[in-house]
Design a binder for this molecule. Structure first.
Ligand SMILES: Nc1ncnc2c1ncn2[C@@H]1O[C@H](COP(=O)(O)OP(=O)(O)OP(=O)(O)O)[C@@H](O)[C@H]1O
Length: 229
C-alpha cells in the first residue's frame, strides 16, 4: 500500500512529427501534502506533462495513477468527473469564460464539482487574491494579472486534492505573487492537497519542499536526483 497521490510509470509521449519521444519518465511519485517545484528549459515538455497528468492529453504509453485510479483507463466521462472533483488546474491559457463574472466562473466550477458555495470561503479566497472589487465584473473586463488571479481562485474554490499550476505567476507583480503563494501554502496545509507547480519564476523556489528539473524526472528511477531547498 502507498499513500501516493499521483504516480507515473513508464510514461512516454511523442508528438506527431517529432523525431523522438519528448517525455520518457520511468517513475515519478507525488505524496499527499507534498509541494514540488518543477522547472526546465522552454520547449522541454513541462506543459505537455501537465496536460497528460490533468487528463487533457493521452500519452503514447505508460500510466498516470491518481489516488489509486489509473486515469487513462477511465472512460472520458469518468475522467471528466474525476477532474472536476479532485483537480485544480491553473493552465497557461487560463480558460476562464470571458462573458461571465469572476464569481460566476467560480460558481460554475463548484457546480461541476458537485459542491455549494460557502460564502465565507469565497470571500476569503477572493480577498486573499486581491479580487474583492472584481467579484461582479466580467472576466473580459479584467487586466491579464486580474484574470490570472481569477483563474487561481477557480482552481482552488472546490478545495481539490491535487493542485497543478503551469506558470501561474507570469502576469503577477511581487505583492500579488507573495499573496498567491501564501494562499496556496495555507490551502495545502489545511486540506493536505498535493501541489505540482511548473515555473521559470525563481522567486517561487523558496516555497517548495521539493525542487527538480524535468530532465531529472526523465532519468532512470534509481539515479533520479531531487534537490531539497
Ligand atoms: N499539441 C501539440 N502538437 C504538437 N507538438 C506539440 C504540441 N504541444 C506541444 N508540442 C511540442 O512539444 C514540445 C514541448 O512543448 P511544451 O509546451 O510541453 O514545453 P514547455 O517545457 O512547457 O515550454 P515552455 O516553458 O516554453 O512553456 C515543443 O517542441 C512543442 O512544439
Amino acid at each position: 500500500m502507498t499513500d501516493a497521490l499521483l504516480e507515473l510509470n513508464n510514461l512516454q509521449h511523442q508528438w506527431p512529427g517529432q523525431p523522438r519521444p519528448l517525455l520518457h519518465i520511468p517513475h515519478f511519485c507525488l505524496q499527499a501534502g507534498e509541494r514540488l517545484f518543477l522547472h526546465g528549459p522552454s520547449g522541454s515538455g513541462k506543459s505537455t506533462l501537465l496536460q497528460i497528468i490533468t487528463g487533457l492529453q493521452c500519452p503514447n504509453s505508460g500510466s498516470v495513477t491518481l489516488q489509486g485510479t489509473s486515469l487513462w483507463q477511465l472512460s472520458a466521462a469518468r475522467r471528466d468527473h474525476w477532474r472536476a472533483r479532485q483537480l485544480g488546474f491553473i493552465s497557461q491559457t487560463l480558460n476562464l469564460l470571458p462573458y461571465l463574472t469572476v464569481e460566476e466562473n467560480l460558481q460554475l466550477m463548484l457546480h461541476f464539482a458537485g459542491q455549494k458555495a460557502e460564502p465565507a470561503w469565497l470571500q476569503h479566497l477572493l480577498g486573499s487574491l486581491n479580487l474583492t472589487g472584481q467579484r461582479q465584473q466580467r472576466v473580459s473586463q479584467l487586466s491579464i494579472g486580474q484574470q490570472q488571479r481569477a483563474a487561481i481562485a477557480r482552481a482552488l474554490v472546490h478545495r481539490p486534492a491535487l493542485i497543478i499550476a503551469d506558470e501561474p505567476t507570469s502576469a503577477l507583480d511581487d505583492d500579488n505573487t507573495a499573496a498567491f503563494m501564501q494562499l496556496l501554502l495555507q490551502e495545502c496545509a489545511d486540506t493536505g492537497a498535493g501541489l505540482l507547480l511548473v515555473s521559470h519564476d525563481q522567486r517561487l523556489r523558496q516555497y517548495f519542499s521539493r525542487v527538480c528539473s524535468l530532465q531529472e524526472l526523465q532519468q532512470p528511477a534509481q539515479t533520479m536526483q531531487e534537490q531539497p531547498v
